[in-house]
Write a protein that binds this ligand. Sequence first.
Ligand code: HAM
Length: 438
Amino acid sequence: MADEPGPLQAPRGTKDVLWPESWRWEQVVARFAVLAERFGFGLVLNPMFEDVRVFRRGIGDDSEVLRKEMYELTDRGGRQLALRPEGTASVVRAFVQHRPPLPWRAWYVTPAFRYERAAAGRYRQHHQLGVEALGTDDPDLDVEVVTLATTVVADLGLRQVELGMNSMGCAQCRPRYIQMLLAHLRARHGDLCEEHRDRYEANPLRVLDCKTAECRSATSDAPHLVDHLDSPCAVHFARVLEGLDSLGTAYHLEPRLVRGFDYYTRTTFELAALALDAAQNAVGGGGRYNGLVEQLGGPPTPGIGFGMGIERVLLACDAEGVLRAEPPAPDVFVVDVTGGAEARDLVADLRRAGLRAQRAYDNRSMRAQVKLADRSAAPVAALIGPEELGTGTVTLRWMADRDAPQEHVARSEVVGALVGRLRSPSAPRCTKQIEERP
Ligand code: HAM
């Protein structure tokens, strides 16, 4: 194709995340990692693209994502591939391929690609943090996984997030329910939205999830799956809810919560940020998928997990005024008007000692360098001029306190002196620090 003139820009539905906004991403990922590891999950890394059959078999031919949104490609070797639209199917494919010992608990952070109508909070490349736990159907695990999700949002400071719970039943009880739902939809067929009028027979559960006013009203009195679970599924769900009650986790039952992929069985859940527009307020969601490992060629192995959209989480943070971009300032700004070699060596020494050190370049004037030091918000500037060079010293200027006398410290002692001062509990701090990982 001919190269068209005009500025090059990120593709529609994608965005660049630059500093300091990217600092918030670091925070979200780092805090998620701490919590996921506290809950016993280890990091898994998977390819961004897979054999397209991973998603066809995994998430189901009839799901919206598969029918309309997958980025599919054929590589130069003729392989049919797809960019991952979500994390679960790839993680389960990796489990089937490598068979790590059970129980297996993996967390991930990944871009996900869906050809959606781009809007605020809906992107063609979004990013998910997620976990998958394989190896047991124990409802207490469901409680742990849901609790991890609610803990993550609470840890970020979000308060206006609601947890909706449902059960999708199993291969025994769901088909019976689907017949009941179909009977209901047939009777209301003329009232459904245009898309579902033609498609409801193919996957009637999707109609429950449809956001159009027509489908909402036509299903307002539809039977609920939770009322028609078989006994093992009902007992499982009751135990999950009992666990959430016992831990004091607030939730409400959400009978329409059928989720967008075909792999779900039993527990499903979603976290809705009330501060966001209802159309895009799901900040996370997940559930059980007890048949997925088998669908992808492995032995019968139950599993459960969730995915959380980083962009949506940050939009919710904006709406609630939490987790503002406050990246840490440097600890020390080195000003050197003797040619730069002193600054080169001093920032290296400071960094080796664990301090965040910055400097100016290009042999700029004292005035210009001090201005940069000021702008950097470092609490202290380390100044080196001809006098300091001659006496083997460094002058420290505490930037926040203009009246404080400057200090002259021997070059050989300045790193230790700064570490002692800046790492002491009463050290000046310009901005919040990244929470230390345990
Ligand atoms: P999902 O609900 O499709 O589930 O996506 C998880 C989260 O990703 C959503 O709650 C939302 O925050 C975010 N998200 C999804 N699509 C977009 C988009 N186009 N733009 C921005 N954010 C988006 C899954 O993907 C499942 N794999 C979750 C799971 C894990 N179930 C079991 N294990």
